[in-house]
Design a protein around this ligand. Structure first.
Ligand SMILES: [Zn+2]
Ligand SMILES: [Zn+2]
Length: 54
């Protein structure tokens, strides 16, 4: 699987450990999130389909 290179919520590069890459549940787009957005449960918004998750 390809890895996202930016956090979808804050746009930071995914260089920290604890960052994650996963697939949008509804449209299979690759989504990346950084460690701090995960810890703070920042919502993400899929750019392709508008899916909102946290
Ligand atoms: Zn982030
Ligand atoms: Zn999506």
């Amino acid at each position: 699987m390809k890895k996202a290179d930016k956090c979808i919520s804050c746009g930071k590069g995914l260089i920290e450990k604890g960052s994650t890459t996963f697939i949008c549940p509804t449209c299979d787009t690759i989504i990346g999130r950084c460690n701090s957005c995960r810890e703070q449960n920042v919502k993400y918004n899929c750019l392709e389909c508008g899916f909102i998750g946290s």
